[in-house]
Design a protein. Sequence first.
Length: 129
Amino acid sequence: MVAGETFRLRTEPVTTRQLVMYAGASGDYNPIHYDLRHAESAGLGGVIAHGMLTMGFAGRCITDWLPKDATILEIGGRFLSPVRPGDVVEMTGTVEAVNGREASVEISGTVGERNVFAGNARVLLGPAN
């Protein structure tokens, strides 16, 4: 792992079924995530994905790239634009710095040309012991 290294995750199109399943797993049953009329009446222009589902895509991008014995110590980010059913999210990670066994990673998410996520993570390379 070296500074400047990049890695990516491209999701399948987000589905309403996926949003309903995520609501069940997370306990977040806000109808803006599955009820079109409710989401439109809230001024959202349609159903939107849970922000933490988008965060999950960022986490998966990192864990798919990391070696099996590495650990995510910290991850955080901002949601810049809603993800909607049909959207394909592309997460891109870039290693910002490596200091011994610890690395800092910047991660961004896009849907087409639209930025939907910006965040950072700190990872530990090798076993946590």
